[in-house]
Design a protein around this ligand. Structure first.
Ligand SMILES: C[S@@+](CC[C@H](N)C(=O)[O-])C[C@H]1O[C@@H](n2cnc3c(N)ncnc32)[C@H](O)[C@@H]1O
Length: 252
């Protein structure tokens, strides 16, 4: 299966892709939570949240509109776009996908039962992320049977309880492999083209390679690009969780 990893700015690279050529887009963009005075917990102590310069964007909504517009252009008519966020960026993402005329399929809530505890006593401890699921038309690919199967035979709901996993790389925002495996199984077929415009440590690429999807991953930071390249190179089908192995994954 073709795996293309690109060390570039997604805003410059996406316009080079053919219109309508991508079946599934998973985007985990900068949340813009660094440098805003938000606190997180490290080694049991409160520290200012700072994920890096990539997570500080002056005009967040203009940025979101620009890259989502390009995603809409490259997405196939029956493809879906999945975008993760927290309270820091998801109002803008929600507005952008409405402004760009997308059909909102779901607001999926990912609940992390083992989320980092909150050290201040002035709010509820954040333990969720929102993943917007949207499409260009109402005829989009969605494997309902697969979702049901992954949920032990019961209809899958829009609340996913998946523990945050121990990071495999030094990237500060690595997503769990279980989350990406589930999304790819539900929203793409073997051989489909999956795009991640903010690849980070390469989690989407790992899931795509294991599930035999084609993959394009774009990452602006050369160090993260190198981390993702090495990680995806080392990924193999044998590492798939049991539920996604063998004939079932091929048939679904
Ligand atoms: C939230 S992280 C993605 C983490 C990823 N899902 C993972 O599992 O590792 C966002 C990534 O987007 C990258 N990035 C930020 N702006 C970008 C841009 N304009 N083009 C491409 N990558 C960008 C950052 O360097 C960062 O690695």
């Amino acid at each position: 299966m073709s795996i293309q990893l690109i060390n570039a700015d997604a805003l410059e690279y996406l316009p080079t892709l053919e219109a309508g050529s991508v079946n599934l887009i998973f985007a985990d963009p900068p949340y813009n939570l660094s440098g805003q005075g938000f606190l997180t917990c490290r080694g049991g102590k409160p520290v200012t949240c700072n994920k890096g310069a990539w997570d500080q964007i002056e005009d967040l909504h203009a940025f979101n509109l620009a890259w989502i517009r390009e995603c809409v252009r490259v997405l196939a008519d029956d493809g879906t776009l999945w975008i993760s966020g927290t309270l820091h960026n998801h109002p803008s993402i929600g507005m952008a996908i409405k402004e760009l005329g997308l059909w909102i399929i779901n607001d999926l809530i990912w609940y992390k039962p083992n989320a980092t505890p909150l050290l201040s006593a002035n709010r509820l401890a954040p333990a969720t992320e929102v993943i917007w699921v949207a499409s260009k038309t109402k005829r989009y690919y969605f494997d309902y049977k697969m979702a049901k199967k992954l949920n032990g035979g019961k209809q899958m709901r829009n609340l996913w309880v998946l523990p945050a996993e121990k990071h495999r790389t030094p990237h500060p925002a690595e997503k769990p492999e279980s989350l990406l495996t589930r999304i790819l199984l539900i929203a793409s077929r073997e051989g489909d083209l999956v795009l991640d415009p903010f690849m980070g440590s390469g989690t989407t690429g790992v899931a795509a390679k294991r599930l035999r999807r084609r993959f394009i991953g774009v990452e602006i930071d050369p160090d993260y690009y190198a981390i993702a390249s090495q990680r995806i190179r080392g990924a193999g089908e044998a590492d798939l969780p049991e539920y996604a192995q063998g004939e079932q994954a091929r048939l679904w």
